[in-house]
Each structure stands twice: as structure tokens, then as C-alpha cells.
Design a protein around this ligand. Sequence first.
Ligand SMILES: C[S@@+](CC[C@H](N)C(=O)[O-])C[C@H]1O[C@@H](n2cnc3c(N)ncnc32)[C@H](O)[C@@H]1O
Length: 211
Amino acid sequence: MTAPRRRLNDSVTRFWSFAAPAYDQQCLQRLVYQPAQDEVISALRKHGSRRIADIACGTGILASRIARELRPDETYGVDMSDGMLAQARKRSSDVFWKKAPAEQLPFDDGFLDAVVTTSAFHFFDQPAALREFRRVLAPGGVVAVATISPRQLLPVQLFAAGAWAPAHNPSPAAVRALFTGAGLVVEDQHRVRRPWWTQAVSDLITIGVKR
Ligand SMILES: C[S@@+](CC[C@H](N)C(=O)[O-])C[C@H]1O[C@@H](n2cnc3c(N)ncnc32)[C@H](O)[C@@H]1O
């Protein structure tokens, strides 16, 4: 990992360790994060995945749901932030919690059959993370990425001179290109289904397979 990337990861980690106690508020969870997590659960159910990792798992809400609702053989929750992982460990003992960055996962080649991530892709070195997801998947394994993907470029992104913001909140076509570039075949992509009153959250789910 490059030095600038390590510095960025360190600041992100510090922020989320600080924010962890506020993160589990039910209203925030239900309105913002849960719809994407529901979609990931259905994709995993459809694929019958048995060894699953939730990357940038935060306080472990999705990973714990996966363990409880799908009962796979093994569920892993991976995050860089000690604060978030501390909350996650209190939530479930059915998940193996691990501290690692998305770009350097603590799994052998081909170890998993599903890698998922919600509401965190914008923090990643996206090409590196997707290559890493592919590396740790067995052939036929599935990747599900739910991420903010604005329907129109936000004023703040235009203001940010266009350099990093669109890349980190990529368009549907850009996410597809990232998947393909990492050697993943896109099998589905659609807007996250959510109640109309939360549609200001413009998120997208992309599902790919390692052939
Ligand atoms: C908004 S929270 C999302 C948590 C969870 N995925 C959810 O949907 O509720 C973002 C999380 O991403 C983690 N994160 C950010 N960049 C990361 C990276 N490069 N590798 C691993 N975790 C990362 C942060 O520590 C934080 O816990």
C-alpha cells in the first residue's frame, strides 16, 4: 500500500472510531443503511453463499444479520476502525471480526465464496479493493457492492474540480468498468430499492461474479 493511501486510511479509521457510538441510531440505520443491506442479503440468499465476508463492516449490523438470517458456514466482518470493531464484537459472537483494510484482506486466495460491502466503497482505493475481492474469491464466487452513485453530479462534486469526487461516487457505468477491470463479470446492477421518502440517498448495487 502506498504512503498517501496509508495516511488516508489512517484518517478514515480515526474518524470512524470517533463516530462509532453514534452510528447505531435506529432512525439513521433504517433510513440510510438498511435498504442496501436488505438487497445484499437477498443476493447472498440467491447465490447460496456459504463463506461470506462483509468488508468495512462498521459496527457489524450487516455481518450479524448475514450470520443470523442466512446461517452460512462462516461469516467474517472486516474493518479498519478499532472503534467500529469494538461495537461489532459486542453485537455478535457468530461472526469472525478482523481488522484489515479492504485493499489488503486477511484471507488466502480463493478462500471465500462471497464478498460484500455497503456504504463504504467511496472510501476505498476502488480498483485495488476490487482486485483484492477477486483474489480472495473462489471461482463462481460473488461480489456485491452497494455504494452512493448520484443520479446527477452534486454541486459539491463539481466544486471539487471533478478530480476525486466522481471517481469515489462513481456512475453506474464507472462501477461496471471497475468490476470488469478487476476481472469480475457484472451479472446485475440496479438502484437500491428504497421508500420514496429516502430516495435522496442515491445508492446503487452492483453484483459481479468471478468466472
Ligand atoms: C459508513 S460506515 C459503513 C459501515 C457498514 N458497512 C454499514 O453499511 O453500516 C464506513 C466504514 O468503512 C470503514 N472503512 C473505510 N475505509 C476502509 C478501508 N479502506 N478498509 C476497511 N474499512 C474501511 C470505516 O472504518 C467505517 O467503519
